[in-house]
Design a protein around this ligand. Structure first.
Ligand code: ADP
Ligand code: MG
Length: 231
């Protein structure tokens, strides 16, 4: 199986009151293509920091992060932004759709950024993605005009726009009620079944159970790394 994530002795320090606070302590991690990794652990223990290193939003203080063959620290900012657009779809707890663009425009945006498809095809693909997440009727609405669950489904459509090999999600149902979270769960389960690689921080029991592997992060260390029933 193809290795899609490789972390080697990754440390992350943040300045804190004049000192350095070590948030990640020598993380080693390999993820192969098609795995669904659920990351669990108490808040403030480095889970989001770890995800930010996988997407190149942040860089480690020491160690190496290789994702889909790219050593992220070695890329210039410009190359890294482009790499991210093609290789990772990111889903956040608070959706982070652009408020002045409707759901279709939000979904088209990553394709505009890469500029690979002709404009008409970008629009068509965005519409197909919105259909897949059950939002065909809401394509022309602004994020503020739809529910949180609909915003998160649009954010998932946006994350899939460039068909990235890796989807990273940080507590994607953390801001949704249980029924709405179920609809988002279904979408991730479908992506898993399609063979997408998923790395997700979640406190949602159903989502964690749908993963093939569970990583428990405590105090910036991998406390446990276990295959689940699904895996
Ligand atoms: P989790 O996602 O597990 O709740 P985080 O990775 O967000 O934890 O945070 C881990 C620790 O790192 C926390 O103590 C947090 O305050 C600190 N931290 C996170 N990001 C920054 C930052 N940009 N600057 C300084 N400290 C940070
Ligand atoms: Mg977090």
């Amino acid at each position: 199986m193809k290795k899609i994530i490789e972390l080697k002795q990754v440390y992350k320090d943040y300045p804190q009151a004049g000192n350095l606070q070590t948030v990640l302590h020598g993380i080693d991690l390999d993820v192969v293509s098609g795995e669904f990794v659920a990351i669990v652990g108490p808040s403030g223990n480095g889970k989001s920091t770890l995800l930010n290193l996988l997407t190149g939003i942040d860089h480690p203080s020491r160690g190496e992060v290789i994702v889909n063959g790219a050593a992220l620290q070695k890329l210039s900012n410009e190359k890294l932004t482009r790499w991210r657009g093609a290789n990772v779809g990111i889903v956040f707890q608070f959706f982070q759709l652009l408020p002045t663009l409707n759901l279709l425009q939000n979904t088209v945006l990553p394709m505009d950024f890469l500029g690979k498809l002709p404009k008409r095809q970008r629009q068509q693909r965005a519409m197909q993605l919105l259909e897949q997440v059950g939002l065909a009727d809401a394509a022309d609405r602004l994020p503020s005009q739809v529910s949180g669950g609909q915003q998160q489904r649009a954010a998932i459509a946006r994350a899939l726009a460039n068909d990235p090999p890796l989807i990273v999600a940080d507590e994607p149902t953390g801001n949704l009620d249980a029924a709405t979270a179920d609809a988002v769960f279904e979408l991730f389960a479908h992506l898993r079944d399609q063979g997408k690689t998923l790395v997700m921080v979640t406190h949602n029991a159903a989502l964690a159970d749908a993963a093939s592997r569970k990583l428990e992060i405590h105090s910036g260390r991998i406390h446990a790394d276990t295959p689940t029933r699904v895996g």
